[in-house]
Design a protein around this ligand. Structure first.
Ligand code: HEM
Length: 503
């Protein structure tokens, strides 16, 4: 009868929609209707023409692949994306028209290719060194505890801002409480309000800054961030030659010179900057937070990661790069498990069916909204045995092709995360699926985990912290990444002596 059902779970119940969807699937089977007939809010003629009817959520791995992996006839649902991203509506994430998205992806793509990532690997490594240097100086003598989720979020913000704009936000500060980190946290918290009440964002972007700040003081850091991008973009628009003075290639080298495409407006450039910082920081920070927690909680896992690293990298004063770290089997298995367990984006990502299509064995008419949260894929016991156990060893068995197919933290298909690309051959279900990775996300994960585990000895401060978290409860206040109830765990850190680095 009403959209307010979703509003109730997303806002009043603090993001518990996915938990509710799970309950409904248990009652009603693998396909449920979760919304009333809706007409999508869009300017795209292609989408407007569709006669919208109902909204379905699936709990079926085949349906996931029909929607996201092979679903070239499905497009992003504008009502969701333009609300959810109402602070940056002309960035790539909320671009729903497939042709527009293809063009923008072709502009941004080269920045995230393996070649570009390898060329800018030193940028990532410098930030990792800076974080480890700060932790060693600030937290080891005398030993004091550190909140890892904040430390990880600060490094991922600094990497993405340096990588994309050649201007780091410099949030790796002693208490990891830089205003930009707080701003991103606030923006993420606000996402569900703006998803359902997008006009609030339009109001704040039109009203004078002093008025907005007076009305909503918590917007200050968001407005500062926006002013920072505007300042940088205005400088480059005034003097495009100054692009050549930047320390390295940035997104602006690609966005300012769109070959065969119209130049992008100032607003679009600012929105794209927002999009990239949002998309490329909290997500990776979350994977690092989840992976580290489980490694420290389970000493067997911790020992295996550390021993493999020590053997491959005996002298920690030398450096070990992304390509070498990628070859370590246990570290790779550990990262895959951290990606599986941390889910990626928890909320279902809605698509509109543009032409009649088979989804999970059901004929679905055009205009239907369809979606499936990745939680249902990653926690499917038919593919991942004992799915609520964090177990890197599952990736070291001989037959992993089904699991690889269903590992989708970055989504799949035409709108897969741009920070990461998997290239899987067409014969996805064959025995020897080859996984080619090229991207910024993998590079960051290898360098952060590899260096942190090799150079620091860590102990979980509260060893009693619940290991098998009540998984579904974590999706309350889910927003994008789940807010795990142990997320603000603290660790004690020691510098690694050459003798041992297991505390
Ligand atoms: C572990 C880290 C990451 C995870 C789990 C993740 C997850 C995702 C997911 C699930 C999507 C699909 C969203 C949708 O369909 O609406 C996505 C899209 C996107 N991600 Fe990531 N991401 C990560 C890292 C990054 C990084 C480092 C960047 C670099 C800036 C990035 C930039 C983007 C962009 C621009 C899109 C939109 C692509 C499009 O709509 O065509 N992400 N990401």
């Amino acid at each position: 009868m009403t959209d307010w059902y979703e509003v109730y779970y997303n806002i009043i119940k603090g993001g518990a929609l996915v938990t509710e969807i799970d309950r409904l699937h248990k009652l009603h089977g693998p396909v449920i209707r979760i919304g009333p007939n809706t007409v999508s809010r869009t300017t795209s003629p292609m989408i407007r023409e569709l006669n919208h009817n109902t909204q379905l959520h699936f709990n079926d791995r085949h349906a996931y692949h029909d929607i996201y992996t092979y679903g070239s006839m499905l497009v992003k649902e504008p009502g969701f994306y333009l609300g959810f991203m109402s602070h940056a509506t002309s960035g790539l994430v909320p671009t729903c028209d497939p042709q527009d998205a293809k063009e923008r992806r072709s502009l941004l793509g080269p920045m995230f290719s393996r070649r570009a990532v390898l060329a800018l690997e030193t940028t990532v490594q410098e930030k990792v060194d800076q974080l480890i240097g700060l932790i060693e100086k600030q937290y080891t003598s005398p030993p004091s505890s550190i909140e890892m989720s904040k430390a990880y979020r600060s490094i991922t913000i600094d990497v993405i801002t340096e990588y994309c704009f050649a201007e780091s936000a410099n949030t790796i500060t002693p208490n990891f409480d830089h205003p930009i980190q707080m701003s991103i946290k606030d923006t993420v918290k606000r996402l569900w309000i703006q998803r359902h009440f997008p006009f609030l964002n339009s109001l704040t972007s039109k009203a004078p800054r002093t008025f907005v700040q007076w009305l909503f003081p918590e917007f200050k850091s968001y407005l500062d961030m926006k002013a920072g991008y505007e300042y940088q973009i205005d400088g480059l628009l005034k003097d495009p030659d100054s692009l050549f003075n930047l320390d390295h290639e940035t997104i602006y080298h690609h966005l300012f010179n769109p070959k065969n495409q119209m130049s992008l407006s100032r607003t679009t450039l600012v929105h794209e900057a927002f999009d990239l910082v949002g998309a490329g920081s909290d997500t990776i920070g979350n994977v690092c937070t989840v992976g580290t927690f489980h490694a420290l909680k389970n000493q067997t896992i911790y020992r295996k990661v550390v021993e493999e690293l020590r053997e491959a990298w005996p002298d920690q004063n030398t450096s070990m790069g992304y390509v070498a770290l990628e070859k370590l089997p246990y570290l790779s298995a550990f990262i895959k498990e951290a990606l599986r367990y941390s889910v990626g984006i928890v909320h279902p990502l809605p698509r509109i069916v543009t032409a009649s299509i088979d989804i999970g064995g059901h004929k679905i008419p055009p205009g239907t909204f369809v979606e499936m949260s990745t939680v249902f894929l990653h926690m499917n016991s038919d593919v991942f045995s004992d799915p609520y156990t964090f177990n890197p060893d599952r990736w070291l068995t001989e037959e992993t092709s089904e699991m690889l197919l269903d590992l989708a933290p970055f989504s799949k298909g035409p709108r897969i995360c741009i920070g990461l690309k998997y290239v899987l051959p067409h014969f996805l279900r064959c025995q020897n699926v080859r996984l080619i990775r090229y991207n910024l996300a993998w590079c960051e994960l290898y360098l952060i985990f590899g260096n942190i585990f090799r150079k620091l000895a860590m102990t979980l401060l509260d060893a009693e912290t619940e290991e098998r978290v009540i998984f579904w409860q974590s999706f309350k206040s889910d927003y994008i990444a789940p807010k795990w109830h142990w997320e603000d765990y603290r660790v004690l850190v020691e510098k690694v002596s050459e003798a041992s680095n297991v505390a």
